[in-house]
Design a protein around this ligand. Structure first.
Ligand code: 2M8
Length: 411
């Protein structure tokens, strides 16, 4: 196990190595572009030693914002053949070549977080306020099903191949997807990545979006994949609360923000699966819950909803594996401890879960989760994700968000 000072040094070196000048890639080779929520995590890592660079990371992300307010999940600043699908497949319509979908909107929360630590940068936070409002308005206009926030592609949630998509995907026949060559499995072993079955459907959904020029009104009516998701709903609700705090500070009106908060508080109830006793996804097309307890289910505290509804599930799952929170409940038949979002532990998700737990007064649980994750990292390095049973590192290495949350916890 490496000591904390060595880990701090290594984490800073990883951020420096993944820095491409104004933005950070999640890891070299596997993900050679700027990803949305990865960048926000990068910013809080930089904040530990370089506030200016932290702000720049988020400012660069917002340079890719579309005219309709959407902030893409990938910005293709410089074409790199090592990643598929690239800009020619996505055909995004923004100012920088990009994908056509978004990602969990954690930026509002962490812009406020940066501002609290660096009040002198108020003009930079203020300049980001309107773009943030425009982005949130895009979600509330196009992705709002009774206050629950929906996605039109699994990649949008960041939990690419979690078992929540198995039901919705079974209803999709990926017709007309041209032959393609994955690059991810040239960088990472196949057992730790999504299956071909999933990739066929990912590409089918990209094709549908690209063909209509990412017209949200059209997709709302026609896409077979429209699923309300806890990652999106809970991170947007939380970020909206943080936008409100910034609006008050900047003496901006809060009426619209208040309406969004009330809507999403109601909408969160649509994600409550009383039968399974958990927050999960709700498949709008099929009209049913997905029935999976995932690490996203435990973001309810972070969103400030549900009281302690998830506490029993949390304690049960925390006791099942050496390292937690696994991305899928180990008691679920689809759990696979090494396969990406179907089981492994993700440090940055743990940071969000621990933040919520601490704020809700579960300080001991928040500390235990943080300590468990820090022990996992110091023993196994800054991997993309980890096997919950033994901590074995998996996916990409020298990973930005794992290094970043390490530093954020240290600062
Ligand atoms: C993973 O997703 C990308 C597609 O967006 C991929 O597998 O190619 C997810 O873990 C996602 O949450 C993350 O933002 C991205 C980059 O780290 O990788």
């Amino acid at each position: 196990m490496a000591d904390a000072t060595t880990c701090d040094r290594e984490a800073r070196a990883i951020l420096a190595k993944n820095d491409r000048g104004g933005y950070t890639v999640p890891t070299a080779n596997l993900y050679p572009y700027q990803w949305n929520w990865d960048s926000v995590f990068a910013a809080i890592g930089f904040a530990e030693h370089d506030m200016d660079r932290a702000w720049t990371e988020i400012e660069t992300l917002f340079r890719g914002q579309w005219s309709n307010g959407m902030v893409p999940h990938i910005l293709f600043h410089q074409v790199d053949p090592g990643y598929f699908p690239g800009p020619d497949v996505w055909r995004g319509v923004g100012p920088i070549p990009s994908s056509g979908i978004s990602q969990p909107p954690i930026a509002g929360t962490f812009v406020r977080w940066l501002l609290d630590r660096n009040p002198g940068a108020q003009p930079r936070a203020r300049a980001l306020f309107k773009p943030l409002m425009d982005w949130h308005r895009w979600f509330m206009t196009w992705r709002n099903e009774g206050g629950a926030i929906v996605v039109t592609h699994p990649w949008e949630t960041g939990r690419d191949n979690c078992p929540d998509w198995d039901g919705p995907f079974a209803a999709i026949e990926p017709e007309g997807v041209e032959q393609y060559y994955r690059r991810d499995t040239t960088h990472v072993v196949e057992e730790e990545r999504p299956r071909r079955y999933d990739y066929d459907r990912y590409l089918y959904l990209v094709k549908l979006g690209a063909e209509c020029g990412w017209d949200e009104a059209q997709l709302k009516d026609t896409t077979p994949f429209r699923v309300a998701d806890p990652t999106m709903t809970f991170t947007l609700l939380r970020s909206t609360r943080d936008l409100k705090a910034m609006a008050e500070r900047f003496k901006e009106p809060v009426d619209e923000i208040d309406r969004w908060i009330a809507e999403m508080e109601d909408g969160s109830e649509r994600l409550w699966n009383a039968e399974a006793g958990t927050y999960d996804c709700y498949d709008i097309r099929a009209g049913k819950h997905t029935g999976v307890v995932s690490n996203a289910s435990f973001l309810s505290w972070y969103a400030g909803v549900g009281g302690d509804r998830m506490l029993e599930q949390f304690d049960r799952i925390a006791g099942l594996t050496k390292y937690y929170v696994p991305s899928t409940d180990p008691a679920h038949p689809a759990y696979e401890p090494k396969r990406y979002w179907r089981g492994p532990v993700w440090a940055m998700m743990n940071m969000l879960v621990a933040t919520g737990l601490g704020e809700a007064g579960h300080v001991d649980r928040a500390k235990a989760l943080t300590d468990n994750t820090r022990a996992l990292i110091s023993k196994n390095g800054f991997a993309e994700y980890f096997d919950p049973t033994n901590g074995a590192p998996a996916g990409g290495r020298d990973f930005t968000w794992t290094a970043a949350v390490w530093l954020a916890w240290a600062s």
